[in-house]
Design a protein around this ligand. Structure first.
Ligand code: GTP
Ligand code: MG
Length: 383
C-alpha cells in the first residue's frame, strides 16, 4: 500500500502554500497541548521534516495510552485531505471507536471578546485541579485565512496550555465548514479515546459556527456580556434558544450590578423559549472568568445537566441523532460536490442560468434539466 514505507508525512511548504493536499502542520507554540512549548515532540519543524509514517497500530496504541505526541499526530492525520491519509485516519478511528463517548462534550460560544478563551482557561484549570483531563478544541471559520485568533488564545490560555492534564488544539485551517466540522467531530472522538473526560469546544460565534458546534456537543453554553446589544449576542440569530446554559461573563468590579440585571432580564426572555434540551430548564448564571468567581457554579450546572439528561435517556438520544445528522450531511455534501463538478452540468449551466435570469424558463424546469443531465451521466457511468 502507498502509505507504507517512507512516505513523507510532512511536505515542505513554500511561501505558506496550500494545505489542501498535505498534512497540515502541527501547531506552533505548544498550542496542541504539549507542555513544553514550540519544541514539543510531535510538532514538525517548519520547512517540513520527513518522518516515519506511523502504522495503524502505533496510532491506536499511542492514542489509547494517552501519548500526547501521537494524539497530536493522529489529529493531524484526521485533518489531512490527502486520500491515502483519509483512509488511514478512518482505519484508526474505527479501532478507537469502542474507547470513545466517555466524556462530557461542552460547546462554548459568544461574540468576539466576550471572554470565551479566558473562561476556558479558568474552567479548564479548575477541572484539571480536581482530577479531570480536559481537551480544548476550537472552531474558527476565519482561521482558514488568517489562522484566526490562535495567537491571541495562546496568551489567554497560557496556564492551561502548560497543564499536563490538558490538551489544546485550535481550529483546523483551510477547507469548507463541512470539512472543519468533520475534523473537529473526529478529533473529539480521538481525544476521548486518549482519556480526556471533558471536551471543551470554543467557537467565535460567527456565521454558522454556533450551529455546527451545537450539533457536536452535549451541553451548549452561551456567554454574554453587558452592553453588547441583544441582537449582536444571539437573540435574533436564535442562538439563545439552543443554549443549555447562559452565562453573563465579566461580572466583576463595577460591572457586577449590570451583569445581575442582564442575568435577570435574560432569564425572563429565556422563559418564553422552548427548552433547548427536553426536560431541562436552561439556567442563567453570572461569572467572572478573570477572577474565577462563579466558574464552579457553571460546572455544577453542566454536571446537573449530565446526570438529568443521562437519566432520562436524552443525552444518548442527542448523540445518536447527531451521528445520523452527521452521516446525512456528509452524504449531502458529497452529492452536491459531485453535481457541482460534473462536466455535463458545468457545460449546460451558463445557458440555463441565463435562461432563468431572462425569465424564459421556470426555475423548476431549469433545476430539472440540470439534474437529469447529471443523472443521465451517472447512469451511463454506473452501467
Ligand atoms: N473584567 C473582565 N475581563 C474579562 C473577563 N473575561 C475576559 N476578559 C477580558 O476580555 C478580553 C477578551 O477575552 P477573550 O477570552 O480573549 O475573549 P474571546 O471571547 O475568547 O475572544 P475571541 O476569541 O476573539 O472571540 C480580554 O482582554 C480578557 O482579559 C472577565 O471575567 N472580567
Ligand atoms: Mg478566544
Amino acid at each position: 500500500m502507498e502509505m507504507q514505507g517512507r512516505t513523507p508525512e510532512w511536505v515542505p511548504r513554500k511561501g505558506g502554500g496550500t494545505y489542501a493536499t498535505t498534512v497540515r502542520d502541527g501547531v506552533e507554540g505548544g498550542h496542541d497541548g504539549m507542555p513544553d512549548g514550540p519544541s514539543g515532540q510531535g510538532v514538525p519543524e517548519s520547512g517540513g521534516v520527513r518522518r516515519r509514517m506511523l502504522s495503524i497500530d502505533e496510532y491506536v496504541e499511542g492514542v489509547r495510552s494517552g501519548d500526547r505526541a501521537i494524539l497530536g499526530r493522529a489529529i493531524t492525520l484526521i485533518e489531512s485531505n490527502a486520500p491515502a491519509h483519509v483512509s488511514l485516519a478512518q482505519e484508526v478511528l474505527t479501532q478507537l471507536l469502542p474507547s470513545t463517548g466517555h466524556s462530557l462534550r461542552v460547546g462554548i460560544t459568544g461574540v468576539p471578546g466576550v471572554g470565551k478563551s479566558t473562561f476556558i482557561e479558568a474552567l479548564g484549570c479548575q477541572l484539571t485541579a480536581s482530577g479531570h483531563r480536559v481537551a480544548v478544541l476550537t472552531i474558527d471559520p476565519s482561521s482558514s485565512v488568517t489562522r484566526g485568533s490562535v495567537l491571541g488564545d495562546k496568551t489567554r490560555m497560557e496556564r492551561l496550555a502548560r497543564d499536563p492534564q490538558c490538551f489544546i488544539r485550535p481550529s483546523p485551517s483551510g477547507g469548507t465548514l463541512g470539512g472543519v466540522t468533520r475534523k473537529t467531530r473526529e478529533s473529539i472522538l480521538v481525544c476521548e479515546a486518549a482519556g480526556f473526560d471533558v471536551i471543551l469546544v470554543e467557537t467565535v460565534g460567527v456565521g454558522q459556527s454556533e450551529i455546527v458546534v451545537r450539533s457536536m456537543v452535549d451541553f451548549f453554553l452561551l456567554l454574554l456580556i453587558t452592553g453588547a446589544g441583544d441582537e449582536l449576542q444571539g437573540i435574533k440569530k436564535g442562538v439563545m434558544e439552543l443554549a443549555d446554559a447562559v452565562v453573563i461573563n465579566k461580572a466583576d468590579g463595577e460591572n457586577r450590578v449590570r451583569a445581575e440585571v442582564l442575568r435577570a432580564d435574560t432569564a425572563r426572555v429565556l422563559h418564553y423559549f422552548a427548552p433547548a434540551t427536553e426536560g431541562w430548564i436552561s439556567p442563567v448564571l453570572t461569572c467572572s472568568a478573570l477572577d474565577g468567581d462563579g466558574i464552579a457554579g457553571v460546572w455544577n450546572a453542566a454536571e446537573d445537566f449530565r446526570s438529568s439528561a443521562t437519566q432520562r435517556g436524552v443525552l444518548q438520544q442527542r448523540r445518536n441523532l447527531q451521528m445520523l445528522d452527521w452521516m446525512h450531511s456528509m452524504i449531502d455534501e458529497r452529492l452536491r460536490s459531485h453535481f457541482a463538478t460534473d462536466l455535463d452540468v458545468l457545460q449546460l449551466l451558463p445557458d440555463i442560468e441565463r435562461a432563468v435570469k431572462a425569465g424564459s424558463i421556470t426555475v423548476a424546469h431549469a433545476a430539472e434539466q440540470l439534474l437529469s443531465t447529471y443523472e443521465r451521466r451517472h447512469q451511463r457511468t454506473s452501467s
